[in-house]
Write a protein that binds this ligand. Structure first.
Ligand SMILES: [Fe+2]
Ligand SMILES: [Fe+2]
Length: 203
């Protein structure tokens, strides 16, 4: 199989995917740093959470390339230059990039891999494309909250907000400006149902 893969378009696509995932991870790490700097700690968490997943995607594609140590694979592709300091723009662009991956790039890589007879690789492109769609939804969700001024304001008066630093829960339409337990600013607050492993809907 490795000789066949060596001559395929899928090999190039694997390298493009590896490059794309690697850059996505770095873009999100940088976006997280920027968010943290601008006191959007919860948004920083969203970017870091997603960055870690991009790293794992790179690992999956990199695994298929491990049969070709020392080989240099040329790729020609466009990659997004989204290194802005504008948080609204960072979220919008991230949602856009994920949309391109989920809607166009990975479905086409999957189709080509299937045509070339690499079913297992085609499945990975398709499954990772589906994950990118969840990234798109998540970034679009926070982009919309930010645009509408609802990142830290809810229409629900009994909204439950969790401080991601200490876990303090506050009930109200807005989180407290300063956490009464640990003293961090409200940028650390997020709707409880959106926090990792809070099991908010089960408790
Ligand atoms: Fe990814
Ligand atoms: Fe993604």
């Amino acid at each position: 199989m490795s000789l066949q893969l060596e001559k395929s378009q899928t090999l190039t696509n694997l390298m493009r995917a590896f490059a794309g995932e690697s850059m996505a991870q770095m873009r999100y790490i940088l976006a997280a740093d920027e968010a943290q700097k601008q006191k959007f700690a919860a948004i920083a968490r969203v970017f870091r959470f997603t960055a870690e997943q991009e790293k794992q995607h790179a690992k999956v594609f990199g695994g298929f390339l491990s049969d070709f140590p020392g080989m240099s694979i040329d790729i020609a592709a466009g990659f997004p230059a989204d290194n802005t300091c504008d948080m609204q723009q960072l979220l919008d662009l991230a949602a856009n990039d994920e949309d391109a991956e989920a809607g166009t790039v990975y479905p086409s890589f999957a189709r080509i891999a299937r045509d070339e007879g690499f079913t297992d690789i085609a499945d990975k492109f398709a499954m990772i494309g589906a994950i990118e769609d969840t990234h798109r939804k998540r970034f679009a969700y926070y982009a919309e909250l930010m645009r509408s001024g609802k990142l830290l304001r809810s229409d629900i008066t009994e909204e439950r907000w969790i401080c991601l630093n200490c876990g303090h829960i506050h009930t109200g339409s807005e989180p407290p400006e300063v956490c009464p337990v640990c003293g961090v600013d409200h940028g650390w607050s997020i709707r409880e149902a959106e926090a990792d492993m809070t099991f908010a809907n089960m408790l």
